[in-house]
Design a protein around this ligand. Structure first.
Ligand SMILES: *Cc1c(COP(=O)(O)O)cnc(C)c1O
Length: 409
Protein backbone atom coordinates (compact mmCIF):
# COMPACT_ATOMS: atom_id res chain seq x y z
CA UNK A 1 0.00 0.00 0.00
CA UNK A 2 2.80 2.41 0.83
CA UNK A 3 4.69 1.72 -2.37
CA UNK A 4 1.63 2.31 -4.53
CA UNK A 5 0.50 5.37 -2.54
CA UNK A 6 0.28 8.35 -4.94
CA UNK A 7 0.91 10.69 -1.98
CA UNK A 8 3.91 8.83 -0.57
CA UNK A 9 6.38 11.62 -1.42
CA UNK A 10 4.56 14.01 0.93
CA UNK A 11 5.96 12.40 4.07
CA UNK A 12 9.37 13.68 2.92
CA UNK A 13 8.05 17.22 3.12
CA UNK A 14 7.67 17.01 6.92
CA UNK A 15 9.92 16.68 9.94
CA UNK A 16 8.98 13.48 11.76
CA UNK A 17 9.92 13.65 15.46
CA UNK A 18 12.34 10.94 16.63
CA UNK A 19 12.15 8.63 19.64
CA UNK A 20 15.04 8.27 22.08
CA UNK A 21 16.75 5.75 19.77
CA UNK A 22 16.66 8.18 16.89
CA UNK A 23 13.87 6.33 15.08
CA UNK A 24 10.87 8.10 13.61
CA UNK A 25 7.99 8.06 16.07
CA UNK A 26 4.58 6.84 14.97
CA UNK A 27 2.99 10.27 14.96
CA UNK A 28 -0.78 9.91 15.40
CA UNK A 29 -1.19 13.32 17.04
CA UNK A 30 -1.89 15.34 13.89
CA UNK A 31 -5.44 15.95 15.14
CA UNK A 32 -3.94 17.99 17.99
CA UNK A 33 -0.84 19.54 16.49
CA UNK A 34 0.15 18.90 12.89
CA UNK A 35 3.82 18.39 12.06
CA UNK A 36 6.18 21.05 10.78
CA UNK A 37 6.72 21.07 7.04
CA UNK A 38 10.27 21.48 5.80
CA UNK A 39 9.13 24.40 3.65
CA UNK A 40 7.57 26.56 6.36
CA UNK A 41 10.88 28.02 7.55
CA UNK A 42 11.58 29.70 4.21
CA UNK A 43 8.08 31.23 4.13
CA UNK A 44 8.53 32.75 7.59
CA UNK A 45 12.12 33.77 6.88
CA UNK A 46 11.08 35.63 3.75
CA UNK A 47 8.92 37.91 5.90
CA UNK A 48 11.62 38.26 8.57
CA UNK A 49 14.05 39.20 5.82
CA UNK A 50 11.80 41.86 4.31
CA UNK A 51 11.10 43.24 7.77
CA UNK A 52 14.89 43.32 8.40
CA UNK A 53 15.79 44.94 5.08
CA UNK A 54 12.95 47.32 4.27
CA UNK A 55 10.75 47.45 7.41
CA UNK A 56 7.86 49.86 6.90
CA UNK A 57 8.07 49.64 3.13
CA UNK A 58 7.29 45.95 3.43
CA UNK A 59 3.60 46.73 3.60
CA UNK A 60 3.68 47.50 -0.09
CA UNK A 61 7.12 46.43 -1.32
CA UNK A 62 7.90 43.15 0.41
CA UNK A 63 8.25 40.22 -1.99
CA UNK A 64 4.79 39.30 -0.71
CA UNK A 65 3.38 42.70 0.29
CA UNK A 66 1.91 42.63 3.80
CA UNK A 67 -1.05 44.90 3.12
CA UNK A 68 -2.80 42.33 0.92
CA UNK A 69 -0.96 39.28 2.34
CA UNK A 70 -4.10 37.52 3.59
CA UNK A 71 -5.53 37.66 0.07
CA UNK A 72 -2.75 35.36 -1.14
CA UNK A 73 -4.39 32.60 0.93
CA UNK A 74 -7.99 33.17 -0.09
CA UNK A 75 -8.43 30.95 -3.16
CA UNK A 76 -6.66 28.00 -1.56
CA UNK A 77 -8.69 28.34 1.62
CA UNK A 78 -11.89 28.45 -0.43
CA UNK A 79 -10.93 25.23 -2.23
CA UNK A 80 -9.99 23.61 1.05
CA UNK A 81 -13.44 24.03 2.63
CA UNK A 82 -15.60 24.11 -0.49
CA UNK A 83 -16.55 27.78 -0.45
CA UNK A 84 -16.39 30.81 -2.72
CA UNK A 85 -13.34 33.03 -2.27
CA UNK A 86 -15.46 35.91 -0.94
CA UNK A 87 -16.80 33.58 1.78
CA UNK A 88 -13.51 32.76 3.56
CA UNK A 89 -10.86 34.63 5.49
CA UNK A 90 -8.02 33.69 7.82
CA UNK A 91 -7.94 35.79 10.97
CA UNK A 92 -7.67 35.68 14.78
CA UNK A 93 -8.08 32.30 16.42
CA UNK A 94 -10.91 29.81 16.65
CA UNK A 95 -12.68 30.84 19.84
CA UNK A 96 -12.26 34.53 19.02
CA UNK A 97 -13.83 33.95 15.61
CA UNK A 98 -16.62 31.97 17.25
CA UNK A 99 -17.55 34.99 19.35
CA UNK A 100 -17.28 37.42 16.43
CA UNK A 101 -19.55 35.21 14.35
CA UNK A 102 -22.02 34.77 17.21
CA UNK A 103 -22.33 38.56 17.37
CA UNK A 104 -23.82 38.35 13.90
CA UNK A 105 -25.52 34.98 13.93
CA UNK A 106 -26.77 34.39 17.46
CA UNK A 107 -29.51 36.93 17.94
CA UNK A 108 -31.84 35.45 20.52
CA UNK A 109 -35.40 36.78 20.78
CA UNK A 110 -38.15 36.08 23.31
CA UNK A 111 -39.66 33.17 21.39
CA UNK A 112 -36.47 31.97 19.71
CA UNK A 113 -33.47 32.08 21.99
CA UNK A 114 -32.01 28.59 22.25
CA UNK A 115 -28.74 27.12 21.06
CA UNK A 116 -28.56 23.43 20.12
CA UNK A 117 -25.12 21.95 20.76
CA UNK A 118 -23.66 18.44 21.25
CA UNK A 119 -23.37 17.58 24.94
CA UNK A 120 -19.82 16.39 24.25
CA UNK A 121 -18.72 19.50 22.36
CA UNK A 122 -15.22 20.83 23.09
CA UNK A 123 -15.04 22.74 26.40
CA UNK A 124 -14.14 26.05 24.72
CA UNK A 125 -17.33 25.83 22.67
CA UNK A 126 -19.39 25.19 25.81
CA UNK A 127 -17.83 28.14 27.66
CA UNK A 128 -18.28 30.40 24.65
CA UNK A 129 -21.89 29.40 24.10
CA UNK A 130 -22.80 29.75 27.79
CA UNK A 131 -21.24 33.20 27.93
CA UNK A 132 -23.07 34.26 24.76
CA UNK A 133 -26.41 33.18 26.23
CA UNK A 134 -25.74 35.14 29.42
CA UNK A 135 -24.43 38.12 27.49
CA UNK A 136 -27.83 38.39 25.83
CA UNK A 137 -29.61 38.25 29.19
CA UNK A 138 -30.87 34.68 28.96
CA UNK A 139 -30.34 31.71 31.27
CA UNK A 140 -28.16 28.82 30.18
CA UNK A 141 -30.65 26.49 31.80
CA UNK A 142 -33.51 27.71 29.59
CA UNK A 143 -31.57 28.45 26.44
CA UNK A 144 -29.10 25.62 25.92
CA UNK A 145 -30.12 22.25 24.50
CA UNK A 146 -27.37 19.66 24.84
CA UNK A 147 -27.79 16.75 22.49
CA UNK A 148 -26.65 13.33 23.75
CA UNK A 149 -26.36 9.94 22.05
CA UNK A 150 -29.04 7.35 22.84
CA UNK A 151 -28.60 5.32 26.01
CA UNK A 152 -25.86 2.76 25.42
CA UNK A 153 -24.59 4.46 22.23
CA UNK A 154 -21.45 6.56 21.81
CA UNK A 155 -22.30 8.81 18.89
CA UNK A 156 -25.35 10.80 17.87
CA UNK A 157 -27.62 9.56 15.10
CA UNK A 158 -28.41 12.10 12.42
CA UNK A 159 -32.08 11.13 12.49
CA UNK A 160 -32.14 12.00 16.20
CA UNK A 161 -30.64 15.42 15.48
CA UNK A 162 -33.28 15.95 12.81
CA UNK A 163 -36.03 14.87 15.20
CA UNK A 164 -34.72 17.22 17.89
CA UNK A 165 -34.68 20.12 15.43
CA UNK A 166 -38.17 19.26 14.25
CA UNK A 167 -39.43 19.20 17.84
CA UNK A 168 -37.61 22.21 19.31
CA UNK A 169 -36.79 24.18 16.16
CA UNK A 170 -39.26 27.01 16.69
CA UNK A 171 -37.40 28.05 19.83
CA UNK A 172 -33.88 27.43 18.47
CA UNK A 173 -31.98 30.51 17.28
CA UNK A 174 -28.74 28.72 16.46
CA UNK A 175 -27.58 25.18 15.83
CA UNK A 176 -23.89 24.87 16.66
CA UNK A 177 -22.23 21.55 15.87
CA UNK A 178 -18.69 20.35 15.28
CA UNK A 179 -17.80 19.15 11.81
CA UNK A 180 -15.99 16.29 13.55
CA UNK A 181 -16.39 15.71 17.28
CA UNK A 182 -12.99 16.00 18.96
CA UNK A 183 -13.68 13.16 21.42
CA UNK A 184 -15.51 10.48 19.45
CA UNK A 185 -14.19 11.34 15.99
CA UNK A 186 -17.76 11.37 14.64
CA UNK A 187 -18.16 13.45 11.47
CA UNK A 188 -21.59 15.04 11.33
CA UNK A 189 -23.76 15.20 8.25
CA UNK A 190 -23.49 18.90 7.48
CA UNK A 191 -26.06 18.95 4.70
CA UNK A 192 -28.79 17.10 6.59
CA UNK A 193 -28.34 19.11 9.78
CA UNK A 194 -28.27 22.38 7.84
CA UNK A 195 -31.36 21.46 5.87
CA UNK A 196 -33.28 20.44 8.98
CA UNK A 197 -32.28 23.67 10.72
CA UNK A 198 -33.21 25.94 7.86
CA UNK A 199 -36.59 24.26 7.51
CA UNK A 200 -37.38 25.46 11.02
CA UNK A 201 -35.87 28.91 10.56
CA UNK A 202 -32.70 28.29 12.60
CA UNK A 203 -29.23 29.58 11.76
CA UNK A 204 -26.72 26.71 11.37
CA UNK A 205 -23.00 27.04 12.09
CA UNK A 206 -20.13 24.57 12.43
CA UNK A 207 -16.89 24.39 14.38
CA UNK A 208 -14.46 22.89 11.87
CA UNK A 209 -11.45 22.51 14.20
CA UNK A 210 -11.26 18.78 13.47
CA UNK A 211 -12.74 18.93 9.98
CA UNK A 212 -10.52 21.37 8.10
CA UNK A 213 -7.75 19.53 6.28
CA UNK A 214 -9.43 16.27 7.30
CA UNK A 215 -12.74 16.06 5.41
CA UNK A 216 -13.73 17.09 1.93
CA UNK A 217 -16.31 19.81 2.49
CA UNK A 218 -18.77 21.81 0.41
CA UNK A 219 -19.79 24.55 2.81
CA UNK A 220 -21.32 26.76 0.14
CA UNK A 221 -23.28 24.03 -1.60
CA UNK A 222 -24.49 22.66 1.74
CA UNK A 223 -25.80 26.13 2.55
CA UNK A 224 -23.97 26.26 5.88
CA UNK A 225 -24.53 29.75 7.33
CA UNK A 226 -21.14 30.22 8.97
CA UNK A 227 -18.15 28.28 10.30
CA UNK A 228 -14.87 28.79 12.10
CA UNK A 229 -11.74 26.66 12.48
CA UNK A 230 -8.16 26.55 13.67
CA UNK A 231 -5.13 25.78 11.50
CA UNK A 232 -2.76 24.03 13.90
CA UNK A 233 -4.41 20.59 13.88
CA UNK A 234 -4.69 18.87 10.48
CA UNK A 235 -3.57 22.11 8.80
CA UNK A 236 0.01 21.99 10.14
CA UNK A 237 0.38 25.77 10.37
CA UNK A 238 2.10 25.60 13.76
CA UNK A 239 1.19 25.99 17.44
CA UNK A 240 -1.44 28.67 17.98
CA UNK A 241 -1.71 29.27 14.22
CA UNK A 242 -4.08 31.88 12.85
CA UNK A 243 -7.70 30.68 12.53
CA UNK A 244 -10.20 30.67 9.68
CA UNK A 245 -13.79 31.75 9.12
CA UNK A 246 -16.51 31.24 6.54
CA UNK A 247 -19.77 33.12 6.03
CA UNK A 248 -22.27 32.13 3.34
CA UNK A 249 -22.49 34.52 0.41
CA UNK A 250 -26.11 35.42 1.16
CA UNK A 251 -25.04 37.38 4.26
CA UNK A 252 -22.12 39.26 2.77
CA UNK A 253 -24.05 42.36 1.84
CA UNK A 254 -26.59 42.22 4.62
CA UNK A 255 -25.94 45.48 6.44
CA UNK A 256 -28.63 44.68 8.99
CA UNK A 257 -26.43 42.03 10.61
CA UNK A 258 -24.89 43.27 13.83
CA UNK A 259 -21.13 43.08 13.62
CA UNK A 260 -18.17 44.24 15.69
CA UNK A 261 -16.06 46.50 13.51
CA UNK A 262 -12.42 47.35 13.04
CA UNK A 263 -10.42 49.14 10.38
CA UNK A 264 -9.43 45.95 8.56
CA UNK A 265 -13.06 45.35 7.64
CA UNK A 266 -13.29 48.76 6.00
CA UNK A 267 -13.20 49.34 2.25
CA UNK A 268 -9.61 48.95 1.08
CA UNK A 269 -9.63 51.89 -1.33
CA UNK A 270 -10.52 54.38 1.39
CA UNK A 271 -9.03 52.71 4.47
CA UNK A 272 -6.15 55.12 4.70
CA UNK A 273 -8.23 58.26 4.32
CA UNK A 274 -8.68 57.75 8.05
CA UNK A 275 -12.15 59.20 8.19
CA UNK A 276 -14.79 57.83 10.52
CA UNK A 277 -17.46 56.63 8.17
CA UNK A 278 -17.35 52.88 7.91
CA UNK A 279 -17.68 51.31 4.48
CA UNK A 280 -17.63 47.51 4.70
CA UNK A 281 -15.63 45.32 2.34
CA UNK A 282 -18.33 43.37 0.46
CA UNK A 283 -16.88 39.98 1.48
CA UNK A 284 -16.33 38.03 4.69
CA UNK A 285 -13.28 40.27 5.10
CA UNK A 286 -15.63 42.83 6.63
CA UNK A 287 -15.51 40.66 9.79
CA UNK A 288 -11.77 41.38 10.10
CA UNK A 289 -10.80 43.74 12.89
CA UNK A 290 -7.04 44.15 12.87
CA UNK A 291 -4.20 43.96 10.42
CA UNK A 292 -3.24 40.29 10.61
CA UNK A 293 -0.03 38.66 11.93
CA UNK A 294 2.06 38.19 8.80
CA UNK A 295 4.39 35.58 10.32
CA UNK A 296 1.34 33.46 11.14
CA UNK A 297 -0.16 33.96 7.71
CA UNK A 298 3.15 32.96 6.14
CA UNK A 299 3.26 29.64 7.98
CA UNK A 300 -0.33 28.96 6.96
CA UNK A 301 0.55 29.83 3.36
CA UNK A 302 3.28 27.15 3.44
CA UNK A 303 0.68 24.63 4.56
CA UNK A 304 -1.97 25.69 2.05
CA UNK A 305 0.54 25.30 -0.78
CA UNK A 306 1.02 21.68 0.27
CA UNK A 307 -2.69 20.98 0.68
CA UNK A 308 -3.49 22.61 -2.61
CA UNK A 309 -0.87 20.59 -4.45
CA UNK A 310 -1.95 17.28 -2.91
CA UNK A 311 -5.66 18.11 -3.15
CA UNK A 312 -8.31 17.30 -0.54
CA UNK A 313 -9.85 14.65 -2.78
CA UNK A 314 -6.66 12.57 -2.98
CA UNK A 315 -5.92 13.17 0.69
CA UNK A 316 -9.35 12.00 1.67
CA UNK A 317 -9.08 8.88 -0.49
CA UNK A 318 -5.87 7.88 1.24
CA UNK A 319 -7.24 8.85 4.63
CA UNK A 320 -10.24 6.56 4.26
CA UNK A 321 -7.93 3.65 3.50
CA UNK A 322 -5.48 4.41 6.31
CA UNK A 323 -8.19 4.68 8.93
CA UNK A 324 -10.04 1.63 7.62
CA UNK A 325 -6.79 -0.35 7.81
CA UNK A 326 -6.29 0.76 11.41
CA UNK A 327 -9.84 -0.25 12.26
CA UNK A 328 -9.38 -3.60 10.54
CA UNK A 329 -6.20 -4.42 12.47
CA UNK A 330 -7.66 -3.40 15.82
CA UNK A 331 -10.73 -5.53 15.18
CA UNK A 332 -8.50 -8.42 14.09
CA UNK A 333 -6.87 -8.30 17.52
CA UNK A 334 -10.26 -9.31 18.90
CA UNK A 335 -9.62 -7.87 22.29
CA UNK A 336 -12.53 -7.23 24.64
CA UNK A 337 -10.55 -4.47 26.23
CA UNK A 338 -10.72 -2.01 23.37
CA UNK A 339 -13.85 -0.58 21.81
CA UNK A 340 -13.67 1.75 18.84
CA UNK A 341 -16.32 4.39 19.57
CA UNK A 342 -15.82 6.25 16.28
CA UNK A 343 -18.46 5.30 13.68
CA UNK A 344 -17.37 2.56 11.30
CA UNK A 345 -19.17 4.22 8.38
CA UNK A 346 -16.47 6.12 6.50
CA UNK A 347 -18.85 9.00 5.82
CA UNK A 348 -19.23 9.54 9.55
CA UNK A 349 -15.58 9.91 10.44
CA UNK A 350 -12.33 11.48 9.32
CA UNK A 351 -8.78 10.34 10.15
CA UNK A 352 -9.29 9.78 13.85
CA UNK A 353 -10.30 6.66 15.72
CA UNK A 354 -11.18 6.94 19.40
CA UNK A 355 -10.40 3.81 21.37
CA UNK A 356 -12.31 3.30 24.59
CA UNK A 357 -10.11 1.23 26.92
CA UNK A 358 -12.11 -0.83 29.38
CA UNK A 359 -9.53 -0.81 32.18
CA UNK A 360 -6.11 0.73 32.93
CA UNK A 361 -6.32 2.84 29.79
CA UNK A 362 -3.86 5.40 31.09
CA UNK A 363 -1.30 2.61 31.58
CA UNK A 364 -1.72 1.43 28.04
CA UNK A 365 -1.41 4.99 26.81
CA UNK A 366 1.82 5.51 28.78
CA UNK A 367 3.29 2.28 27.41
CA UNK A 368 2.46 3.30 23.85
CA UNK A 369 4.07 6.70 24.36
CA UNK A 370 7.19 4.99 25.80
CA UNK A 371 7.39 2.78 22.71
CA UNK A 372 7.58 5.71 20.33
CA UNK A 373 3.91 6.37 19.58
CA UNK A 374 2.49 9.88 19.78
CA UNK A 375 -1.24 9.83 20.43
CA UNK A 376 -3.33 11.31 23.21
CA UNK A 377 -5.34 10.42 26.24
CA UNK A 378 -8.72 11.95 26.91
CA UNK A 379 -10.37 11.45 30.28
CA UNK A 380 -12.02 9.30 31.38
CA UNK A 381 -11.08 6.34 29.15
CA UNK A 382 -10.20 7.23 25.56
CA UNK A 383 -7.02 7.04 23.50
CA UNK A 384 -7.30 9.09 20.32
CA UNK A 385 -5.23 8.11 17.31
CA UNK A 386 -5.19 9.92 14.00
CA UNK A 387 -3.26 8.58 11.04
CA UNK A 388 -2.88 11.56 8.73
CA UNK A 389 -2.67 11.04 4.97
CA UNK A 390 0.00 13.71 4.35
CA UNK A 391 2.68 12.09 6.45
CA UNK A 392 1.54 8.80 7.96
CA UNK A 393 2.07 5.44 6.27
CA UNK A 394 0.32 2.10 6.23
CA UNK A 395 3.43 0.79 7.94
CA UNK A 396 2.85 3.27 10.79
CA UNK A 397 -0.64 1.84 11.17
CA UNK A 398 0.63 -1.75 11.13
CA UNK A 399 3.39 -1.06 13.65
CA UNK A 400 0.95 0.74 15.91
CA UNK A 401 -1.43 -2.21 15.92
CA UNK A 402 1.44 -4.56 16.83
CA UNK A 403 2.41 -2.33 19.75
CA UNK A 404 -1.21 -2.16 20.85
CA UNK A 405 -1.26 -5.96 20.86
CA UNK A 406 1.99 -6.26 22.79
CA UNK A 407 1.03 -3.80 25.50
CA UNK A 408 -2.59 -4.71 25.82
CA UNK A 409 -2.06 -8.14 27.39
C1 LIG B 1 -9.04 22.54 19.13
C2 LIG B 1 -10.42 23.05 19.35
C3 LIG B 1 -10.64 24.34 19.88
C4 LIG B 1 -9.49 25.21 20.33
O1 LIG B 1 -9.83 26.54 20.36
P1 LIG B 1 -8.72 27.71 20.17
O2 LIG B 1 -9.54 28.93 20.21
O3 LIG B 1 -8.05 27.45 18.85
O4 LIG B 1 -7.75 27.57 21.29
C5 LIG B 1 -11.94 24.77 20.01
N1 LIG B 1 -12.99 24.00 19.62
C6 LIG B 1 -12.80 22.75 19.12
C7 LIG B 1 -13.98 21.94 18.71
C8 LIG B 1 -11.52 22.24 19.00
O5 LIG B 1 -11.34 21.01 18.54
Amino acid sequence: MDSSDPLKSYREKFYIPKDKNGKDVIYFGGNSLGLQSKSVRSYVEQELLDWEKIALAGHTEAKNPWLPYHEFLTDQTARLVGAKPEEVVNMNSLTTNLHLMFVSFYRPAKERHKILIEASAFPSDHYAVQSQIRFHGFDVEDSLIEMKPREGEDTIRTEDIEAMIEKEGDSIALIWFAGVNYYTGQAFEFDRITKAGHKKGCVVGFDLAHATGNLEMKLHEWNVDFAVWCNYKYMNAGPGAIGGAYVHEKYLNDQSLPKFLGWWGHDKATRFLMDHKYIPIPTVESWQLSNPPILQLSSLKASLDIFDEAGMKALREKSEKLTAYLEFLINENKTEKIKIITPSNKNERGCQLSLRIKSNGKDLYNKLMKSGVVCDWREPDVIRVAPVPLYNTFEDVYNFSQLLNTHNV
